[in-house]
Design a protein around this ligand. Structure first.
Ligand code: ATP
Length: 928
């Protein structure tokens, strides 16, 4: 490097050194070679848990270890068959657990991949977006406000750039960045202002840089080991269930000890009782619960991905089901973000524009007559501002053969727009009326840009033209009018008097009331030596030229999604930087604003105290002309009012509100890296309807978790109870240890998992949101578990006792009675599993709807029958074939718990319900 450091090199030296072209970037082949040579642009991660360790972890459980110990003893005592079978069952159990956990882990990893960052890079003269990890040294990268810097970049162009480098330098105030050469040699990182470092954040401006270091060679790579980037992946529910699991272990062990002691006191052999006790403990402890919860969460998350919602933080899945308010951006989320200018206002003249989409074909009409823009100097000025104060690029897309054949009506699809849709609409307007970017090239040279951001609500460029310099500005009409002292009226520049300003505001209002997005356009000639380094130096004393009004139709699916939210007790609030009238008009079209609802704008919001805002917040449905920092106030006010808030955002300044919201939502397409990193949910299609889909899935996942908790715990209560009651009554063991383990395996495994992917109940989105602090056992779940467990236990014991009565002292009859108890217990649980699908009873849902569950139940049944009827297995499982009478007994005893309670539930649902969770009347907005 001629002994020079990167920050000391000029453009040509950089190009030479890196063997790259700043105009065209690298070619793909060269990039591939460099990628092979230097490896991926990634910071190396910590070690993952290997599958073997994950498998061995399954045996870590204390009771499983005790059982293995007990089995070894029984093996030593000569009970080989028992020992081998128990070990085999434990291994199958471990494999099941392993598969569950492994799947859960892989889905979580896949999720991380999905939200991996991308980079805008120039390759072979074309701007493309590639995964950031594929960047190589010499790549030309474009970054803009809100982007995380994807590699160490030597900047070659910078417009009003600031970077936040606290991760690297500890300095939390953003520092200015430029593209000039710095002469000093030894500079601390914080002073290398022409280098943007990997992992830091561009908070303002736009820049272009060449990659000088990637991956572990970057400055961030050097300290990578010090940075901990793990996200909290355990959800509150998982945490609570873990706690519950610990309590249940103690309860199960306590009861088991009781069973063992009672058995021994009633004359059972001590060793047999010990083995039965340990088996019972293993069966009764819901060790599969955490894994199944993770699976249910992970599979739910996969379903959400299919519905275009990518979860970044698992806990938000639970919170989704509790959301009471969704605060949504307007542009692009509620609307299509496909803008077309349809109206122009030019110093009192109203002009309509024809044409659709991005195709630059259309005309201007004033009072029904076509306007000849070539001879209309004011109009040409407006079109020039629109074309030059603009970063969007209109180009002809390469069409596949099949599309080309489809005929002329598809022609508009041939045009492709890159960049901000608002700017795209202005490029198309200019091109339609004969002022294309190409026609201005060479005549105007851009010298400076003061980029758009949601705070400033405007953008300016300084261009040189025929020896002079001109400022072109466009932005929100009201903001721009405040910066203008002159106006172009009838082709002349005249003072912008309050009368003319009023006319202009009225024109903007009337466009906004017609749902149009309104932008003002202005310009100013700079004096020969006038300083123009900052936006305030450029954007003053401007000459107002006119207004453009563009349509941005609402997304079709959003109206229904908002209605669904209303039925689900969720309020939708629009928060937008756009004009209040435009916002209100669109809110009305979408059905956001109920009677009595209020719209406020940024100024009114600023004038309100927190107390006033709190009082009004529940009634405000539209916030217009707000800046991103207002969003944080809105979130806080709603939270103080007891709401669980979902908030969308896309820009850098939205990040604090996204972080503060209970569910922070970022836009996958238009969102900045900063907003995505702050979010817990990313919308792959930027669509409001996807938020509603995610909420529906979130509610479904929670209900599914409740379903299998209900199933697993009721089963366990039944298992413990049958043994406990038998021992207390001085009866022989109703189930031998292997049978207990087998029941645990066939019922807890597949059926419980199948419940985790069960379809939601139809009225899921007609219920009120679940309170955030709701106990998992709320809504009578605890009662359902205990009552059903008791019934299953009693019925199983009754079947055992009745069978035993035929010959109480016969060993043969005991084996038969144990087989009957075994079959009853398994069958009762397999019937109960269908019951768990409904918050009411088995009669309220089609039992065949969940195919996985039907398959799981059938396979469990086959396994049960196999154990009873395959001769080779009978001595192992201590079973005998049973006759017709016994089967009748089994069916009656196994069916009673579900059907008795089912009929009770049907009868009670027919009575008027006093305390329902359902919203009534459905569909009415809840204005408090
Ligand atoms: P939302 O917050 O719902 O996405 P929005 O897109 O209108 O709405 P902003 O992007 O903050 O919000 O824009 C605020 C205002 O700034 C717009 O109403 C428009 O008048 C103006 N504006 C938008 N884009 C540009 C741009 N590229 N250049 C200049 N002004 C713009």
């Amino acid at each position: 490097m001629n002994g020079l450091k990167w920050h000391q090199l000029g453009t040509s030296e950089l190009q030479q050194m890196l063997n790259s072209s700043f105009e065209d970037g690298l070619n793909e082949k060269e990039a591939e070679i460099r990628l092979q040579r230097d490896g991926l642009n990634e910071l190396s991660e910590g070690k993952r848990v290997s599958p073997i360790v994950l498998f061995l972890n399954q045996f870590k459980d204390f009771m499983v270890l005790v059982l293995i110990g007990a089995t070894l003893i029984s093996g030593l005592l000569g009970e080989y068959l028992d020992a081998i079978t128990i070990v085999a069952i434990l291994i199958i159990n471990a494999v099941l657990g392993f598969v569950q956990e492994y799947r859960a882990e892989s889905s979580l990893r896949a999720l991380k991949e999905l939200s991996a960052p991308s980079a805008k890079v120039l390759r072979e003269g074309k701007l493309t977006s590639i995964p950031a990890k594929e960047l190589v040294v010499g790549d030309i990268v474009l970054v803009e406000s809100g982007d995380r810097i994807p590699a160490d970049l030597r900047l070659v162009q910078a417009n009003s750039c600031y970077a936040e480098e606290s991760a690297l330098t500890g300095e939390s105030v953003p520092v200015g960045k430029h593209a000039d050469v710095i002469r000093e040699e030894d500079l601390p990182l914080g002073d290398q202002r022409n280098i943007a470092f990997m992992g830091t954040m561009l908070t303002r401006g736009t820049a272009r840089g060449v990659v000088i270091r990637t991956g572990m060679n970057t400055e961030m790579g050097k300290i990578a080991g010090l940075i901990e980037q793990t996200e909290a992946m355990e959800t509150p529910l998982q945490h609570r269930l873990e706690q519950l699991g610990k309590i249940l272990i103690m309860v199960a062990i306590g009861l088991t000890v009781l069973v063992v002691v009672a058995g021994i006191l009633h004359g059972q052999p001590a060793y047999g009782m010990f083995l039965a006790g340990v088996s019972l403990a293993v069966a009764a402890i819901p060790e599969g619960l955490p894994a199944i919860v993770t699976i249910a969460l992970a599979l739910g998350v996969q379903r959400m991905i299919k519905r275009k919602a990518i979860v970044r933080k698992l806990p938000s899945v639970e919170t989704l089901g509790c959301a009471t308010v969704i605060c949504s951006d307007k542009t692009g989320t509620l609307t299509q973000n496909k803008m077309t200018v349809t109206k122009v206002w030019l110093g009192g003249r109203e002009i309509s524009i024809s044409g659709e989409g991005y195709e630059p074909a259309g005309s201007a009409f004033e009072n029904g007559e076509e306007v000849d823009t070539r001879h209309d100097s004011s109009f040409r000025r407006l079109l020039q501002i629109a074309a030059l104060c603009n970063n969007a690029v209109l180009s002809k897309a390469e069409q596949p053969e099949s599309k080309r054949k489809r005929g002329k009506e598809k022609q508009q699809e041939e045009w492709e727009m890159k960049g901000d849709p608002t700017e795209g609409a202005l490029v198309v307007l200019s091109a339609k009326l004969g002022v294309s970017a190409g026609s201005l090239e060479g005549l105007y040279k851009r010298e400076k840009e003061f980029p758009f951001d949601s705070e400033r609500k405007r953008m300016s460029v300084v261009v040189s033209h025929q020896g002079g310099r001109i400022v072109y500005t466009k932005g929100a009409s009201d903001v721009l009018m405040d910066l203008c002292t002159y106006v172009l009226w009838d082709g002349k520049v005249v003072p912008f008097t309050s009368t003319l300003k009023k006319k202009c505001s009225e024109a903007a209002e009337s466009m906004a009331e017609a749902s149009l997005r309104v932008l003002g356009l202005a310009y100013r000639d700079l004096k020969p030596n006038e300083a123009c380094e900052s936006d305030s130096e450029a954007e003053n004393q401007l000459i107002f030229v006119g207004l453009t009004g563009m349509i941005d139709p609402p997304r079709k699916e959003v109206r229904d999604a908002i209605a669904t939210c209303r039925r689900a007790g969720i309020k939708t609030v629009m928060i937008t930087g756009d004009h209040q009238r435009t916002a209100e008009a669109i809110a009305a079209q979408l059905g956001i604003m109920p009677r009595g609802g209020i719209a406020v704008n940024g100024r009114e919001l600023e004038a309100m105290s927190d107390e006033q805002l709190d009082r009004l917040a529940d009634n405000i449905y539209v916030y217009a002309r707000v800046s991103p920092e207002h969003k944080l106030r809105i979130v806080k006010a709603l939270q103080r009012n007891g709401h669980v808030v979902a908030m969308t955002g896309d820009g850098v300044n939205d990040a604090p509100a996204i972080k503060a919201a209970d569910i922070g939502i970022a836009m996958g397409i238009t969102g900045t890296d900063v907003s995505k990193e702050a979010s817990s949910l990313v919308l792959a299609d930027d669509n409001f309807a996807s938020i509603v889909a995610a909420i529906e899935e979130g509610r479904g996942i929670y209900e599914n978790i409740r379903k299998f908790i209900r199933y697993l715990l009721a089963s366990n209560v039944g298992e413990i109870l049958v043994m406990f009651l038998a021992m207390m009554a001085g009866l022989p063991l109703p189930l031998v240890p292997i049978q207990i383990l087998w029941v645990n395996l066939v019922t807890d495994g597949l059926p419980a998992m199948a419940l985790g992917v069960d379809q939601s109940e139809k009225d899921l989105m007609q219920q009120k949101p679940r309170p955030a602090k709701e106990n998992i056992f709320a809504r009578r779940l605890g009662w359902k578990i205990i009552s059903r467990g008791i019934l299953i236990g009693i019925c199983t014991l009754a079947a055992f006792w009745i069978t035993l009565q035929a010959a109480p002292d016969s060993q043969e009859q005991l084996v038969k009675a144990q087989t009957v108890a075994f079959a009853t217990l398994v069958l009762a649980q397999l019937i109960h599993v269908f019951d768990c699908r409904s918050s009411r009873s088995i009669f309220h849902r089609n039992p065949l709807q969940n195919k996985y569950l039907v398959l799981a139940v059938l396979s469990s049944l086959v396994l049960m029958i196999g154990v009873m009827y395959i001769e080779a297995l009978q001595p192992i499982f201590k079973t005998v074939p049973i006759g017709f009478r016994e089967w009748c007994l089994v069916f009656v005893a196994a069916g009673i718990p579900t059907f008795v309670m089912g009929i009770g539930s049907v009868m009670s649902t027919n009575k008027p319900n006093k305390k329902s969770n359902k919203l009534t009347p459905v569909g009415k907005p809840s204005v408090r």
